[in-house]
Design a protein around this ligand. Structure first.
Ligand code: COA
Length: 177
């Protein structure tokens, strides 16, 4: 299958329907489904800052040829207790766009964007032991596995482990090699 050409772009009003679907359709978002969320929350957030805030943001992953949004990437400020901050990124694609090489490239593009426009040293991402697609995507996007975070989230009726990955500023970008 040909590589699908993508770009990251700011959220537009018509994208809010997708965010509302992820908040209200059980399982659409994948393993991150943790129950119904307020479907009006994306509308309120969009009105405040268009999902481009100092502490958390989203960009849409757009398929260039079809000019349709395949999903979105997100990032939020995190710290380990001291003054130094790092980003934690996330991604969700609609099912019809998964498995076509979009996820790893969108996350690699987001890292390049964040290292270009913000001075952070570290970008991290967590995923689930059963999410093979995201584990492979993160490695393809230049991330390294740091370890298992035990019993870090409650989902689907039980406490689950997570896998923690990171890409630091000096790690090579797979998009520039
Ligand atoms: C996880 C997700 C972002 C991955 O993006 P994607 O576009 O589907 O994955 P890609 O096409 O970029 O594939 C990357 C690698 O994973 C592999 N892969 C893709 N889907 C897979 C699957 N279902 N099972 C196993 N491997 C898979 C690909 O083969 C590729 O590896 P390869 O180059 O060695 O062949 C996407 O599937 C998604 O949005 N899923 C639902 C939400 C989610 O899980 N988000 C992450 C939460 S932590």
């Amino acid at each position: 299958m040909d590589e699908v050409s993508i770009r990251l772009r700011p959220v537009a009003e018509e994208d809010l329907v997708m965010f509302q679907r992820f908040a209200t359709e059980p399982g659409l978002i994948g393993l991150d489904w943790t129950g119904f969320k307020d479907p009006q929350a994306p509308v309120r957030r969009f009105a405040v800052d268009g999902f481009l805030g100092a502490e958390s943001s989203r960009l849409m992953v757009e398929v260039e040829r079809e000019r349709v949004a395949a999903g979105f990437v997100s990032w939020a400020l995190r710290d380990f207790g001291g003054p130094t901050k790092h980003w934690e990124i996330g991604i969700a694609l609609l099912p019809e766009w998964r498995g076509r090489g979009i996820g790893w490239r969108a996350q690699a593009m987001l890292c390049d964007y964040l290292f270009t426009h913000t001075p952070v040293q570290r970008i991290q991402a967590g995923t689930h032991p059963e999410n093979i697609a995201e584990q492979k995507s993160l490695v393809k996007a230049g991330f390294a596995l740091e370890g298992v975070v035990r019993a870090c989230e409650f989902r689907d009726g039980r406490w689950c482990d997570g896998y923690l990955y990171s890409r630091v500023r000096d790690d090579p970008s797979p998009l520039r090699s």
